[in-house]
Ligand binder design. Structure first.
Ligand SMILES: Nc1ncnc2c1ncn2[C@@H]1O[C@H](COP(=O)(O)OP(=O)(O)OP(=O)(O)O)[C@@H](O)[C@H]1O
Length: 897
């Protein structure tokens, strides 16, 4: 056996999450994706090909320094990016690749990496020390029994050679050694599959997902601690692959990409969509064009690494995970996360921008063809010995059977050329068929335990690894020339929309010509009036059409924008990374000479007040949610440390924060059940009674009894085991976590609302409102001036009327005097009566009087006419005034509503 010194990391124990695993890195907090949409698309696991079986060939060349550095830089930056909401994928378009042209790679063996994880606390306890069973050679390629162990256990030496063999917890090392190059080649158009294989609790989930693989409470607490301390993380293969994918897009400016993802699990031989959990028992289909695929399966288009990680987290949350005798958080299903990568040359001739009517060209190779590849990241459930719990036993039987079939398939592939390969004997092998039969690059990560307690299982894993190493593949790039590729479909749609946009623009540009021509014809009178009526009608119709046209243009522009955002380029990714400029000067206000704001327009004032009220409300809601979250965190931390949770207080506090009854009762049950009841010995009678009442209310009364028994059994176990000793507690903890996630989602939603409010202030809509308001205000001032003018005109007229009335009455008086003296010989007002009477004779005087009377009468009539005219004018002015007032108040109402 190897004489190499033992790897120092072999001596280490599985680090306690809080102590040695130092961060979460990629943020995979439980958040929902606003606008996430569903489509019923098949998940093609690659196109069907015949197995390419040859004698074992040399393995893939090792990674170059360049390989290591170019992809390794991705992790930090790409997680910052954010993208548009998800988009529905038209069912007809989102199919797997139909390859019309392909470029085969060289034949190559499956890449196999083996990792021996550090000792777990229970292994250490059971074996009373770190008895090394396995040893890794200095060059990191061979693995065999450790010398001491081989001697003491009388084992014949074994020697396995792989692409890499390693120990410890470094997920970056394992990613670089076994997966990085495969991810890169999947970006270049080759199908790729990575799966983790190994006994239960050997570290598959740890390597595939992240350093806190198991979703145990301790790990959640550790995550919190790490997040709070801001230290480094240990992401697994999946987040690293995701980061590298986006880094690749960023660094390859000559191509454009479209990414879509799906996530499924095989649980007890039934396929379930983890992104649409109600979709269970999905079927596997196969046809010549699409190969083997699962349908219907939800696919989501993704545009940022964080978006992908949120989807994975969402799926992980749905995955079947339970505590077993061997792993407190054991994956009870095989999970397959698939990323479909479409890409195309961006050069103008190849982009398809100008190829609206292009037809698919079967079999032709072209720069504009879309490359379609799939990257499958698979976390298998682990093989296990018989479990004590019946349900776990049943699950274990399904798991073992499918893993056995996988082993048989691998054996047949490598040993019996031309033999029948029993892919159909399990859902797992059926789905993996296209990858295993040669058309994809495959990398297998085998994980083993270091302990002699698991030596047989570890040896079996090594045998499996050695067999799978012999499988030879010949990956091909798939090129699609038609709308089977979403990229092509979307590009084509963008081109068509742009063409439509152009045509609406030219229609809009030609407006008003007809109206203008008619206006120049010289015609008069009635005809002209009719013509202007027609022209006016035409103008209004034209305006309406223009309005509609603008609406259509806006819709077209939005759709173009949306589709363009889904297509990723190095430029778009880099742009998304930059912080948008904050617009300056949101509204116009009146200021004094020294710049002091005199007054905000009332309209703005009231809108601002309304907005402030909403913001305040949102803020207080946000604070309340955060408060609740910290209560939950504190409760979790306490219980994880085995401390007593002050049930009464915590419940009361949460109750005051959480009005939703269902949520409350869930939380009550969770908190009541988190801690061991043993801790509650010191609680006084009233508290205990309250606690019991709460427990009685819990729906799982039967489970509680069982839990109580198991809890007693678990005394003296490790802290983790104590905490996770019963399925019931785990369920409760899971529901507690669910509650926490719900709160996180609410917080994110609230924050989004706040952002929207702020964004509204910057929006064109808001600016338009302010402009509108300014216009209204100016109109109001003009109307007020008009009203004042009319008022003074009315006052003037009233004065005039009064003057006229006075004059009239004085005339009447004069006339009365004259008439009286007429009988007494009085003259008209125009004549002096005394003079007249003095100078005229009786007959002449009578005639003169009559004449004067007639004059007076005529004058009275004239005055009366003038008076009634004036009265009419006054009435019409008053009516006009009333109208103006009414109009004014209507406008005021309209302007300020
Ligand atoms: N390389 C490692 N370094 C540190 N801790 C590890 C390592 N591998 C696994 N662990 C820890 O061991 C425990 C079991 O690991 P994990 O859940 O990944 O096993 P698994 O193989 O996925 O099990 P199962 O098949 O039951 O789902 C976890 O607590 C995990 O954090």
């Amino acid at each position: 056996m190897f004489s190499a010194p033992r790897s120092p990391s072999r001596q280490q124990q599985i680090p306690k999450p809080s102590a040695s695993v130092t961060g979460t890195g990629t943020s995979i907090g439980a958040t929902s994706i606003p606008g996430a949409t569903t489509s019923s698309n098949g998940m093609g696991i690659g196109t069907m090909r015949r197995a390419t079986l040859t004698a074992p060939k040399p393995v893939l060349p090792p990674l170059t320094a360049h390989d290591h550095s170019s992809l390794a830089t991705s992790v930090a930056n790409a997680s910052q990016l954010e993208g548009p909401p998800l988009t529905p994928i038209p069912a007809s378009a989102a199919t797997a690749a139909s390859s019309t042209a392909s470029a085969p790679s060289k034949t190559e063996n499956v890449t196999v990496t083996v990792r021996i994880r550090p000792f777990s606390s229970s292994e250490l306890k059971a074996s009373a020390g770190t008895t090394e069973v396995w040893d890794v050679s200095d060059d990191g390629t061979k693995i065999g029994y450790a010398d001491d162990y081989a001697v003491s256990a009388r084992r014949a030496p074994v020697d396995y050679i792989f692409d890499s063999a390693m120990t410890g917890s470094d997920n970056e090392q394992i990613y670089n050694a076994g997966v990085k190059r495969l991810v890169q080649s999947s970006m270049e158009g080759y199908n790729g599959t990575v799966f983790a294989y190994g006994q239960t609790s050997s570290g598959k989930t740890y390597v595939m997902h992240d350093g806190f693989s198991a979703r145990s409470v301790k790990n959640i607490v550790a995550r919190m601690q790490v997040t709070m301390s801001g230290s480094e993380s240990q992401p697994g293969i999946t987040p690293r692959a995701v980061e590298d994918i986006f880094m690749y897009i960023r660094e390859n400016s000559d191509r454009e990409f479209l990414l879509r993802v799906s996530y499924l699990e095989i649980y007890n031989e039934s396929i379930r969509d983890l992104l649409s959990p109600e979709a269970i028992d999905l079927r596997i289909h196969e046809d010549r064009r699409r190969g083997v695929y699962v349908s219907p399966l939800k696919e989501e288009i993704v545009t940022t690494p964080s978006q992908v990680m949120r989807i994975i987290e969402r799926g992980n949350y749905q995955r079947h995970v339970s505590s077993t005798d061997f792993n407190s958080h054991s994956s009870r299903s095989h999970s397959i996360f698939q990323i479909v990568i479409e890409s195309r040359d961006r050069s103008p001739t190849a982009s398809g921008e100008n190829m609206i009517a292009r037809k698919p060209i079967a079999g032709a190779k072209s720069a504009s063809a879309v490359r379609v590849s799939q990257l499958n990241l698979i976390d298998l459930a682990g093989s296990e010995k018989a479990a004590s719990n019946e349900e776990r036993r049943k699950e274990g039987a399904f798991i073992n059977k499918s893993l056995l079939t996988l082993g048989t398939v691998i054996s047949k592939l490598t040993e019996e050329k031309g033999a029948h390969i029993p892919y159909r004997d399990s859902k797992l092998t059926r789905i993996l068929q296209s990858s295993l039969n040669g058309s994809a690059r495959v990398s297998v990560i085998c994980t083993i335990s270091p302990s002699f307690l698991n030596v047989e299982e570890s040896h079996n894993t090594l045998k499996f690894a050695a067999r799978v190493k012999k499988v030879v593949t010949k990956a091909q790039t798939n090129q699609v020339m038609d709308d089977k590729a979403l990229l092509e479909k979307y590009r084509r749609e963008i081109s068509e929309l742009k063409a439509q946009l152009m045509s609406t623009a030219s229609t809009a540009g030609g407006d008003g010509a007809g109206a203008g021509a008619g206006a120049g014809v010289a015609i008069g009178g009635k005809q002209q009036a009719e013509l202007s009526k027609i022209l006016e009608k035409e103008r209004m119709k034209h305006e309406e059409e223009m309005g509609e046209m603008n609406m259509v243009r806006n819709v077209l522009k939005e759709r173009i924008d949306h589709l363009t955002k889904l297509i990723l380029t190095s430029q778009s990714i880099n742009t998304k990374a930059t912080v948008p400029d904050v617009p300056v000067g949101r509204y116009t206000v009146e200021t004094s000479a020294d710049g002091t704001v005199l007054e905000f327009p009332k309209e703005i004032e009231s809108r601002l007040a309304r907005k402030d009220a909403v913001v305040k409300q949102l803020q207080s809601e946000l604070e309340a949610q955060q408060e609740k979250m910290s209560l939950m965190k504190a409760a979790l931390e306490k219980t994880a440390k085995g401390e007593t949770v002050d049930i009464g207080k915590t419940l009361a506090r949460i109750e005051t924060h959480q009005p939703r009854e269902k949520f409350l009762s869930e939380k009550r049950a969770s908190i009541v059940n988190i801690g061991s009841l043993d801790h509650l010995n010191g609680v006084d009678g009233a508290d205990l009674a309250a606690l019991e009442a709460l427990q009685n209310n819990h729906t799982n009364g039967a489970k509680q009894t069982q839990d109580g028994v198991q809890r007693t059994d678990s005394k003296g176990e490790s802290e983790d085991d104590e905490l996770m000793d019963t399925p019931w507690n785990r369920d409760e903890l899971q529901s507690l976590r669910q509650a926490k996630r719900e709160l996180e989602i609410i917080v994110i939603e609230q924050e989004k609302k706040l952002e929207d409010m702020v964004a509204f202030e910057d929006s064109d809509e808001f600016q338009d409102l302010i402009l509108d308001f300014e216009e209204q205000r100016e109109r109001f001032v003009v109307m007020e001036e008009e009203r004042d003018g009319l008022r003074s005109m009315v006052a003037e007229l009233q004065n005039k009327i009064r003057r006229l009335e006075l004059r009239l009455s004085s005339i009447q008086m004069d006339s009365g005097v004259s008439a009286g003296s007429g009988m007494a010989g009085s003259p008209s007002p125009s004549l002096t009566p005394t003079a007249t009477s003095a100078t005229m004779s009786g007959g002449a005087a009578a005639a003169r009087i009559k004449e004067l009377e007639m004059i007076a009468q005529k004058e009275r009539r004239l005055r009366m006419e003038e008076q009634s005219r004036n009265m009419g004018r006054i009435a019409s002015l008053e009516a006009e005034l009333t109208m103006m007032k009414a109009e004014l108040s209507v406008r005021n109402l309209a302007g300020f509503s």
